[in-house]
Write a protein that binds this ligand. Structure first.
Ligand SMILES: [Zn+2]
Ligand SMILES: [Zn+2]
Length: 242
């Protein structure tokens, strides 16, 4: 049993690591094409981002792997695979619930980690990327990685979700984690600067967090930032020259 759990944790760490390399590698390539020269001179920083991210991937994999084992072997969790177990309208709702819960957790733990003492211990690694690149998506100190690693494995015990909807949540998490750090805005201006962007977080919003630190703490939604007065609007990107 212990061997099976360890194997599951290890397999999940490898999966998260590969997912990181594919996603960040993909967006780094897109950056090369769309914004040539944007990461020029950041090679050493990107090396550090990759190393911290791979360590984080390992940390993320452990709770996820243990829970995945328990789901398969012991019937833990509220993950369901028969689509008829819940009404169809619950599928998009469950995705939204997960994103809202993750966003809430992220906002408050992130804000907490900006207290000077904790910042030095847990969060300075993430902010050492100046400016962050597509490789910084999981560039966290192990303490910070731990706070992120337990969210989804915890939520699957609380909120029922179809395995496909869970895949959607993880995909959104991966894409936004990478694109919010890649140094340019991939969404159209009408969306980012329009009514939708008033509530959704994209790279322009998170860029300002990396610029000013004590604002724009959210992950997916601007709700908490706006409610708590920490939303300082959207940042602008300096256009890279070829
Ligand atoms: Zn960040
Ligand atoms: Zn921060």
């Amino acid at each position: 049993m212990v061997a099976a759990i360890l194997l599951s944790a290890l397999a999940m760490s490898v999966i998260v690591g590969v997912r990181y390399l594919v996603a960040s590698g993909g967006f780094a390539l897109a950056t090369r094409i769309r914004q040539p020269g944007l990461y020029r001179g950041l090679e050493r920083q990107m090396g550090r981002e990759v190393r911290w991210s791979l360590l984080s991937a390992f940390i993320y994999g452990v709770p996820a792997g243990i829970v995945a084992w328990g789901w398969q072997a012991r019937g833990w969790t509220r993950i369901y695979s028969d689509i008829n177990d819940y009404p169809l309208w619950y599928l998009p709702l469950s995705v939204l619930l997960y994103l809202l819960a993750h966003d809430c957790w992220f906002y408050w733990t992130h804000r907490w980690m900006h207290q000077p003492r904790l910042f030095r211990i847990a969060h300075a690694v993430h902010h050492a990327s100046r400016p962050p690149t597509a490789w910084a998506a999981m560039s966290f100190h192990p303490w910070e990685a731990l706070t992120g690693a337990i969210v989804i494995p915890g939520l699957v015990f609380l909120i029922p979700i179809h395995v496909g909807a869970l895949a959607v949540v993880l995909t959104v998490m991966t894409i936004m984690g990478v694109s919010n750090h890649m140094g340019w805005e991939m969404f159209p201006r009408w969306m980012v600067r329009g009514p939708m962007g008033a509530w959704l977080i994209t790279a322009s919003h998170h860029q300002r967090h990396h610029e000013y630190y004590a604002c724009n703490y959210g992950l997916y939604f601007r709700f908490w930032d706006r409610l708590c007065g920490t939303d300082k609007g959207l940042g602008e990107f300096v256009k890279a020259r070829a």
